[in-house]
Write a protein that binds this ligand. Structure first.
Ligand code: HEC
Length: 152
């Protein structure tokens, strides 16, 4: 269905700057869910080791798109940094900027490339969830492994 695909792509392109802008502006108007989420002290909910649906979705998206480089549970690998550590000093905006645009650290000593996910819908559309999951890991609110969902 090329027509639907094109539409989805257009929506993604339109939504991206909005997400990033909403993150930057905080919940100035309090209307957009993204803005509300970014303004909350914690972008995740963990109750008795169980997580809200967004955080669970973030866990799944992380596993699909990030784990092969950043290792299980966000804990890093020999190739890519420990994101549970990165998010101790990186805010949502810096995180989003890196994931959307990617980053290269290539020189004689390094050949580290963080791909750009700006056009990867499975990532770009769920940045909040991925951030929430990694933030929960970073804060020590969530342990390693597959979390259970609240209510399950
Ligand atoms: C192909 C391997 C690869 C994949 C896949 C990948 N990354 Fe990365 N990522 C890297 C590398 C390498 C770096 C370090 C780049 C540098 O040295 O500047 C990095 C850096 C980062 C940083 C900056 C960390 C810091 O401390 O500055 C963030 C945030 C990040 N990645 C998030 C993600 C997320 C979220 C995903 C999944 C959507 C992902 N990455 C997928 C390789 C990858």
């Amino acid at each position: 269905m090329p027509k639907r695909l094109a539409l989805t792509a257009a929506i993604t392109l339109m939504a991206l700057p909005l997400c990033v802008a909403a993150g930057a502006a905080g919940a100035a108007d309090g209307s957009a869910p993204t803005a509300a989420k970014a303004a909350e002290a914690k972008p995740y909910k963990v109750e008795g080791g169980k997580v809200d649906p967004g955080t669970y979705n973030g866990y799944r998206r992380y596993g699909e798109s990030c784990m092969r480089c950043h290792g299980p549970d966000g804990a890093g690998s020999s190739y890519a940094p420990d994101l549970t550590d990165s998010l101790k000093h990186m805010d949502y905006d810096a995180f989003a900027e890196t994931v959307i645009n990617g980053r290269k650290n290539v020189n004689t000593a390094n050949n580290n490339v963080m791909p750009s996910f700006g056009t990867t819908e499975d990532v770009a559309n769920y940045l909040d969830d991925i951030y929430g999951y990694l933030k929960a890991r970073s804060d020590g609110a969530l342990g390693r492994g597959r979390p259970q969902r609240i209510g399950d």
